[in-house]
Write a protein that binds this ligand. Structure first.
Ligand code: NAG
Ligand code: NAG
Ligand code: NAG
Ligand code: NAG
Ligand code: NAG
Ligand code: NAG
Ligand code: NAG
Ligand code: NAG
Ligand code: NAG
Ligand code: NAG
Ligand code: NAG
Length: 405
């Protein structure tokens, strides 16, 4: 009975992926994602309808749908939410809803049978961090519901769920009611700037690939986050910079990635998102970037032209932390960002790591941090327009290339 209804739903969903019009829901679509690794080929959605150069309501909602027709051993798709305290960059909360096998994304527990993992990470004012996860037996994702139900996700048996609070997905809540982990509370997000697609919104049809086989959409690049959650004996209550995106791929993570830097933050009145990436075994050594800067909610840049953003790790003296391109085990103490903005201006940002939120110290790290920035008018000679911008950020790196011996 159950597998029949899954097949029916899957065939509807699959039709959407292959249809030339990339159809979007005109009414509620319900996806039920099973916990077992599926057989067969995974097809990914890597384009969205943006007729007239606009992201319509239904396209926007479709961006939050599953982007694979099935999760096989070599594919991943997940929903990510975070917030970092604007007053203390040590304090943060991250929640990820995975649909991924551990062979596809090797940072998941290989002993876990379910591809449906609900994960929570927290970092505290004293700089320490904590993480917990639960496997689910069935995930339900509903897209295109009316009003406040426009996107919702339930990882059954875990007590993790998200729910859009506005039809245009400009507000969400992530609710955790997880006795097994002794976690109970909520992360609320109210968007402060419009969505970011990897290369911005293009005419007619917009690509969602940030790099070959890697899909990414930042539905909420910057939000006012409100966290009120109890994690075992600690009560976290703060406001800060929050964020929601999702990413997916139709092949193993390790088949794609050499180095990967991503982050987001709030810097004065600016909302920023950075992404810079090198692919593994790439004879062309192409740098893939995506740059997003908004000021008071108005987009200044939302592009993927590699000349518009430079991201470089910075390291302590006499370490390989600041090496670029980097190798497995290189640990920076921060990053330098250089954004090209309109009207001959640039925004230069220093990012310092604060709390370590996740990672193995080798291949993967996620941090919170603090930032300092300035906006400089370049021509005819450099003039600082705004200085001493400060803010907080959440950011990560993957270094997948071993150094040649
Ligand atoms: C995948 O195929 C194998 C071998 O035919 C079978 O044992 C397994 O049950 C299949 N898995 C699913 C989820 O259908
Ligand atoms: C599309 O966007 C343009 C410019 O942003 C706007 O003028 C136009 O009204 C929009 N069209 C629709 C159908 O929303
Ligand atoms: C994906 O990764 C798994 C685990 O490393 C490996 O067994 C499998 O062969 C990989 N798939 C492909 C297509 O390379
Ligand atoms: C979507 O439809 C399903 C099946 O009819 C229903 O169970 C679910 O409650 C609906 N969700 C929303 C948000 O309307
Ligand atoms: C977008 O679609 C219109 C109408 O079909 C077509 O005239 C135009 O050339 C298309 N633009 C691009 C960039 O493909
Ligand atoms: C840091 O804070 C956390 C959360 O309150 C607590 O569990 C942990 O014991 C503290 N660590 C130290 C070293 O004080
Ligand atoms: C990918 O997913 C991670 C969560 O692990 C998220 O932090 C990041 O924003 C995503 N970035 C891209 C470019 O896919
Ligand atoms: C690859 O490109 C990066 C960025 O432009 C550069 O720093 C690096 O030296 C290049 N590596 C090779 C082997 O060409
Ligand atoms: C870094 O190495 C150089 C050369 O070996 C040495 O002179 C210098 O004192 C070292 N600096 C630090 C901070 O260790
Ligand atoms: C981050 O904060 C620390 C401690 O206050 C400070 O030393 C550092 O310079 C700050 N980093 C940036 C990039 O502002
Ligand atoms: C970034 O740090 C460098 C020192 O590493 C400093 O010279 C520069 O002024 C800083 N930039 C900003 C915007 O704070």
């Amino acid at each position: 009975m159950y597998s029949l209804s899954w097949n029916l739903i899957r065939s509807i969903a699959y039709f959407a992926f292959v249809s030339a019009t990339l159809s979007t829901p005109s009414s509620n679509w319900t996806y039920r994602i099973p916990s077992k690794v599926q057989n067969g080929t995974a097809h990914a959605r890597f384009e969205i309808d943006t007729s007239g150069g606009n992201l319509s309501l239904s396209s926007r909602q479709t961006l939050d749908a599953p982007h694979l027709n099935r999760i096989n051993a070599n594919s991943f798709d997940w929903w990510y939410f975070d917030a970092v305290d604007e007053d203390n960059p040590h304090t943060s909360l991250v929640v990820t809803f995975f649909t991924s096998s551990a062979t596809a994304f090797p940072f998941l527990d290989p002993d876990e049978d379910s591809v449906l993992i609900a994960f929570v990470w927290a970092s505290f004012a004293n700089g320490s961090s904590w993480a917990g996860y639960l496997p689910s037996s069935l995930a339900t994702v509903d897209i295109g519901g009316k009003g406040k139900q426009a996107s919702l996700g339930i990882w059954e048996d875990t007590g993790f769920r998200w729910n859009a609070l506005k039809e245009d997905l400009s507000a969400y809540e992530v609710v955790l009611n997880v006795p097994e982990l002794e976690v109970k509370g909520r992360l609320g997000l109210v968007a402060r700037s419009p969505p970011h697609l990897p290369c911005g919104v293009q005419e007619n049809i917009t690509s969602l690939q940030i790099a070959p086989h890697i899909g990414w959409v930042s539905l909420v690049p910057d939000a006012l986050g409100s966290v009120d959650i109890t994690i075992q004996d600690t009560h976290l209550k703060f406001q800060g910079a929050a964020y929601h995106d999702k990413n997916w791929s139709d092949r193993n993570f390790t088949e794609s990635v050499r180095t990967w830097y991503w982050g987001h933050g709030r810097l004065g009145s600016y909302s920023i998102v950075w992404f810079s990436y090198l692919a593994i075994n790439d004879p062309t050594n192409t740098t893939y970037v995506s740059s997003y800067v908004a000021r008071d909610g108005d987009i200044l840049v939302s592009e993927c032209d590699a000349s518009l953003l430079t991201v470089r790790p910075t390291g302590p003296p006499n370490t390989t932390g600041g090496r670029y391109p980097a190798f497995v085990g290189d640990l920076p103490d921060g990053f330098k960002l250089d954004f090209v903005l309109p009207e001959n201006t640039r925004m230069r940002v220093n990012v310092s790591t604060r709390a370590k939120v996740a990672g193995d110290g080798e291949y993967y790290m996620r941090w919170t941090g603090n930032m300092t920035g300035e906006v400089v008018k370049i021509n005819p000679s450099p003039v600082v327009q705004e200085s001493s911008l400060t803010g907080v950020a959440v950011f990560e790196q993957f270094h997948m290339q071993e150094q040649d011996s």
